[in-house]
Design a protein around this ligand. Structure first.
Ligand SMILES: C[S@@+](CC[C@H](N)C(=O)[O-])C[C@H]1O[C@@H](n2cnc3c(N)ncnc32)[C@H](O)[C@@H]1O
Length: 313
């Protein structure tokens, strides 16, 4: 079993049991395909390690990262070992030793790496392995492991504060590489999630984990890349879910609690997750940790509890 290499906003490690509990009884990991069109750190994919299917993320540098993990894990690990302490001085032998792209003085190694990571959105030539290694380095040393881009597509997260940041992650990279190698190279997509309308076949399982609709109009919205995902996108995604369901493709999706009514009215089986405790113990905190899991899989058609564990013996 592999685990995510990256920290990612909305990572789903806490929700794995709830997601598995909705897997259809007639879905079989060895023969049916599994698709994850909003991949991020891929918590469910890496835990599940399907033998067929596709993964996708619209974030181009994240896609390149997984291609490198799949194709060249040892070279990626070796490259990551070359990075220095994020708080140390910039390397004078390398570009951006003194000034960043905005002309401001660079006084820490982290900011030099950040400027180098932004070669691609600035139309400069870049090395895909270098870029992937920098993504991992910045993810492990940047503030909160956040991934955020400005409107020009430049990664702009400030340095984080960690006692002992680990940016090599050799074991995680190797295990993830094996999991990704169960798929064919062409199964790693860098597209809009809608590609899955062509890719998925009856009997397949699709897990959609889109950027969450904000709980309130003023709530901060997590931007994973320049572009965003708005209310119209959420409705279009629901249309895609219903189209897949019509064709006999199983779908599970997660989102914030505000989507409950929309999913319920569309005929999906939908449950609040994490809200039960808050509602029972403290009515004032209702909805505080509210997210929903919706699915086309009716309760009677789900795998019996424990199927996953039994299957692994
Ligand atoms: C909530 S995160 C997924 C988290 C993931 N389940 C995990 O465990 O880390 C959503 C992801 O969708 C990607 N994304 C945003 N809009 C997209 C789109 N239209 N098509 C495909 N991916 C998109 C973002 O780059 C982000 O990585």
């Amino acid at each position: 079993m592999a685990t995510p290499i990256l920290k990612w906003a909305g990572g789903k490690r806490q929700l794995l049991d709830e997601l598995y509990a909705r897997f259809p009884a007639d879905y079989d990991r060895e023969n049916d395909a599994f698709h994850e069109p909003f991949f991020g750190s891929g918590a469910l994919f890496f835990d599940h390690e399907p033998s067929r299917g596709t993964i996708n993320d619209r974030n181009t540098r994240l896609h390149n990262f997984y291609v490198q993990v799949r194709e060249r894990p040892e070279a990626l690990i070796d490259r990551c070992r070359e990075f220095g302490d994020p708080e140390s001085d910039p390397d004078p032998a390398v570009e951006f030793a003194k000034e960043g792209r905005d002309g401001r003085a660079i006084d820490q190694y982290y900011y030099q790496q950040r400027a180098l990571f932004n070669r691609r959105p600035n139309g400069e030539s870049f090395d895909p392995l270098d870029e992937a290694a920098r993504l991992l380095y910045l993810n492990r040393t940047g503030f909160n492991g956040l991934y955020r881009e400005n409107s020009d597509g430049e990664y702009n997260v400030p340095i984080g504060r960690y006692a002992n940041p680990d940016w090599v992650r050799a074991e995680e990279v190797r295990a993830a590489s094996e999991a990704l190698n169960r798929l064919d190279a062409g199964d790693l997509h860098n597209d809009d999630y809608a590609y899955v309308l062509d890719a998925a076949e009856p009997g397949d399982l699709v897990y959609f984990d889109p950027p969450y609709e904000p709980m309130s109009p003023t709530a901060e919205f997590t931007e994973y890349s320049a572009g965003g995902f708005d209310r119209d996108d959420q409705r279009e995604l629901l249309d895609a879910v219903l189209e897949l369901a019509d064709r006999g493709v199983h779908v599970i999706l997660s989102n914030s609690g505000v989507m409950y009514d929309l999913y319920d009215e569309a005929g999906l089986h939908v449950d609040h997750e994490g809200a039960t405790r808050a509602i029972n113990s403290d009515a004032d905190n209702r909805g505080e940790v509210d997210e929903v899991i919706a699915t086309t899989v009716a309760p009677a058609d789900r795998q019996a509890y424990g199927d996953r564990t039994l299957g692994e013996f």
